[in-house]
Ligand binder design. Structure first.
Ligand SMILES: C[S@@+](CC[C@H](N)C(=O)[O-])C[C@H]1O[C@@H](n2cnc3c(N)ncnc32)[C@H](O)[C@@H]1O
Length: 361
């Protein structure tokens, strides 16, 4: 691992380390009244049982759904934003890396992410997020194409379906070009890099804008003995990359953002308009003349909104940099990207695009 990366600190939920002026909730209190106070900006600490917090959040949902009755896209967005804001006023106390309330889950992230803080408050929704992430981390995700079990680090994107990995595997098995150097943009939990290694690639420059992804992949590389094969980097696209590669792989976010992006998982799902033009411009500079780009994409945006543009087709149409070498599509089998499976989701296809540079450099 690159020396600079040893000092990288994970992104972690915000905490409060000072004493706070907050209402202390216990079971004799009226949940409705407590929720009303949270809505007018008072903080509430859950003192006795973890389930008290769940009840308060259920009541908050009920309360806000009565106010936010507009079912339009914007109306529902306003509702979610009000819930998000108020729910973060519900707090839990952590002492010696454990939640103080009774019957609460054991969450290893409290120790791993906060080794330096002995007492703090953290919001209930953040605790729920850490709990869910801890369950995935502990249990692991079996990736058949790799014959490995991955343990994704907190706040990192990881696959919950595998159609795109199968497509990539099929393509890799037939790949006959040079396997000296590859670049994996947006390494996430490391899956594509690990596939490259298992298929004989010698050296991979793997990078992500999410610090936690880099920390997680570095731990996984140690576990699998892949450290000599991967150079990890934290940065935006090709930042700090002075490599020219035979292959550049990118499984980018699939949906154009209509909101301001937050750090972390948000940037794994949504992209800003300039992401793809920047990616193609720099890919061209970092690719050997007989190299290839492999992009994993999905028809999801198109299925949801017919008028949406396809960033890869746009590149091929508008610029004279790349030609299409191959385009494979495959049905989507199970839900993923943390969204519920809907009708539109059922029509979705996952895509693998292979592009080659057009002009000889
Ligand atoms: C859909 S996930 C794919 C992760 C992994 N490669 C996989 O196939 O499961 C997209 C990844 O790209 C990363 N990403 C998004 N924008 C980026 C950027 N500008 N530079 C580098 N990485 C970025 C995200 O943090 C995320 O880890």
């Amino acid at each position: 691992m690159n020396k600079d990366l040893q000092s990288i600190q994970p992104d972690r939920p915000n905490i409060i380390t000072t004493e706070i002026d907050a209402v202390k909730f216990h079971r004799k209190m009226d949940t409705k009244a407590i929720v009303a106070r949270m809505i007018v900006r008072e903080q509430v600490i859950v003192e006795k049982f973890y389930s008290d917090g769940l009840e308060i959040l259920a009541e908050l949902k009920r309360n806000l759904s009565l106010k936010y009755t507009d079912k339009s896209f914007q109306g529902q967005r306003d509702y979610r934003s009000a819930f998000r804001e108020a729910s973060h006023r519900l707090l839990l106390k952590v002492k010696d890396n454990k939640l103080l309330v009774k019957k609460s889950p054991e969450i290893g992230w409290l120790e791993l992410l906060y080794p330096d803080v002995s007492e703090f408050y953290v919001s209930f929704p953040e605790v729920q997020g850490m709990n869910s992430s801890w369950q995935w981390y502990k249990k692991g995700i079996e990736v058949e194409t790799l014959n490995l079990i991955l343990h994704p680090f907190y706040g990192t994107y990881f696959p919950t379906r595998f159609d795109h990995l199968k497509l990539f595997d099929k393509w890799l098995k037939n790949y006959v070009g040079s396997k000296e150097k590859a670049i994996d943009i947006g390494v996430g939990s490391g899956v594509l890099s690990f596939q490259l290694i298992q298929n004989g690639f010698e050296n991979i420059f793997a990078t992500d804008i999410n610090k936690n992804a880099i920390i997680g992949v570095s731990q996984e590389c140690k576990r699998f003995g892949y450290e000599d094969k991967i150079t990890l980097n934290h940065g935006d696209l090709f930042e700090n990359c002075d490599v020219k590669a035979d292959l550049i792989v990118f499984n980018p976010p699939w949906l154009l953002a209509k909101h301001k992006l937050e750090e972390g998982i948000d940037k794994a799902m949504y992209y800003e308009k300039e992401l793809f033009p920047r990616f193609f411009k720099h890919s061209y500079e970092h690719l050997n003349s007989d190299g290839k780009i492999v992009l994993i994409f999905s028809s999801l945006a198109e299925v949801v909104d017919e008028k949406s543009t396809h960033p890869i087709i746009e590149e091929l149409r508008n610029n004279n940099r790349f030609r299409k070498d191959l385009h494979l599509r495959r049905d989507v089998r199970a839900s993923s990207r943390r969204t519920k499976r809907t009708n539109s989701r059922r029509k979705e296809k996952v895509e693998l695009w292979v592009l080659a540079p057009k002009l000889k450099k």
